[in-house]
Design a binder for this molecule. Structure first.
Ligand SMILES: *[C@@H]1O[C@H](CO)[C@@H](O)[C@H](O)[C@H]1NC(C)=O
Length: 433
């Protein structure tokens, strides 16, 4: 009996925890900017916009009102306070609610959204039949959010019955990998997922997914999929795929690049279309490949004192371009020190977009205090990691005395001088006696 009642109590506790976790109380209230194009001031290239403080209360269930009892209103106009219902709890992500007092704040922007059909080949089939446009007659909003960890981006489209402040999330598109780094030749996954409110008439009338690439103002279509007719659009891009099954079953629209190339570095925009609606998130990809180094000549020839050796170190196959090349020398004392007398050549770009660059070192064996030789290292500091190439340097024959040697000689001379003085003094004093 006692066991049973314990189990009973435990399950009650578990149920309470469960309900607590599911209730909207775990969702943050989000400080947001309400951004709107200013009306009546047309003309000019960029439409003038206005920005107002806004506050978004999030709940996962329209009937729960616990959200309203959160935090008192700030200096936000009551007109700009929204009570959002997000059944998928996308907006409840922990990176949107940093601990109190933290400096980093999530970013949030909400604006009025204008629904319209698209003429794009892979989107047009969504609106051919035309469903009751009555559903569209409402106040539509879009919100774009970025988490504090710089990993999460969310874009949502919401519908509020006209003149209410209670929008429902209809479509949300999320990426959990806002900035991705990859080595060359490796497969890359750019995360993008979407959720459609199953209770919306728009759900079930098809979707389309599009990935676009942008770099320094230039763009191209990477991939486009019409989910209604199950067709991929023709693109020039090889080795870019979607997991079509995961896309239909779980809304997993992640882009898979089979083999990372330097030219893949840039911004990727994942857009998900529903009839008349769209939401998109951007993902940055950077291909980072550290250099491989080689020293020439290798091995180094024996150097005679007074001779100058020219040593060449080549760094190749790296990206991006930023890299520092330098030389180090480790002598008999085992301490590494930098060598200054080197010059760095301009960079060259290879067919695959990687770079190469060289450094020349003029090793003057008479001036550089190299002793009888040691270890010579070429060092490349690159965002992809630091690389080193080593070779040994031997100097034959006599060498000029080092500082330590000179000091020792001075020491010996002083002792000798003292000794002679002492002997001379002893003799001269005994002579007086
Ligand atoms: C989405 O699909 C890719 C490729 O199949 C997979 O690696 C990834 O884990 C999936 N993401 C989610 C959230 O299921």
């Amino acid at each position: 009996m006692t066991e049973l009642s314990t189990i009973y109590k435990l399950s009650l506790v578990a149920a309470a925890c469960f309900f607590h976790a599911c209730s909207s109380s775990s969702c943050p209230a989000l400080d947001c900017w309400f951004v709107q194009e200013k009306v009546g001031r047309g003309g000019g290239l960029t439409p003038p916009t206005s920005q107002e403080k806004s506050l978004l209360y999030i709940r996962t269930d329209a009937n729960s009102h616990s959200a309203e009892s959160q935090e008192p209103l700030s200096d936000t106009s009551p007109d700009r306070v929204y009570f959002i219902t997000d059944p998928a709890a996308t907006l409840c992500h922990h990176s949107l609610s940093p601990p109190k007092g933290s400096i980093e704040k999530p970013q949030c922007e909400i604006s009025p959204f204008l629904q319209q059909p698209s003429n794009l080949k892979w989107v047009a089939p969504l609106t051919v039949s035309g469903f009751s446009p009555l559903y569209l007659q409402a106040d539509w909003f879009s919100a774009a959010l970025r988490g504090v960890d710089k990993e999460l981006a969310i874009s949502t489209v919401m519908r509020a019955p006209t003149a209410t402040k209670e929008p429902n999330v209809i479509l949300s598109v999320t990426s959990k990998t806002v900035s991705v780094q990859s080595r060359l030749g490796k497969p890359v996954l750019l995360d993008c997922g979407f959720w459609v409110d199953p209770s919306s008439p728009l759900s079930g009338s098809g979707f389309a997914v599009e990935w676009r690439y942008q770099f320094r103002g230039k763009g191209r279509l990477v991939l486009a999929y019409d989910g209604k007719t199950d067709r991929l659009a023709d693109t020039q891009e090889k080795g870019a795929t979607l997991d079509i099954e995961g896309l239909h079953k779980k809304g997993n629209a992640s882009l898979i690049l089979q083999e990372a190339k330097v030219r893949h570095s840039g911004t990727y925009i994942c857009t998900v279309y529903l009839p008349y609606l769209l939401a998109q998130v951007a993902v940055e990809l950077e291909i980072v490949e550290p250099p491989s180094l080689s020293i020439h000549p290798s091995p180094l020839p024996l150097a005679a004192p007074g001779q100058t050796l020219n040593v060449h170190c080549q760094a190749s196959g790296f990206a991006p371009l930023s890299m520092e090349l330098s030389w180090e020398f480790k002598g008999a004392d085992g301490k590494a020190r930098p060598l200054e007398s080197c010059s760095v050549t301009g960079h060259r770009e290879a067919w695959d977009g990687t770079y190469s660059q060289s450094t020349w070192l003029a090793l003057d064996t008479s001036k550089m205090d190299l002793g009888t030789g040691g270890e010579l290292t070429c060092v490349a500091v690159h965002p992809g990691g630091t690389r080193r190439a080593r070779t040994s340097l031997s100097i034959i024959g006599l060498t000029s005395p080092s500082i330590e040697d000179s000091m020792a000689m001075v020491g010996v001379a002083l002792v000798l001088y003292g000794l002679i003085k002492f002997v001379f003094w002893t003799f001269s004093s005994s002579g007086i006696k």
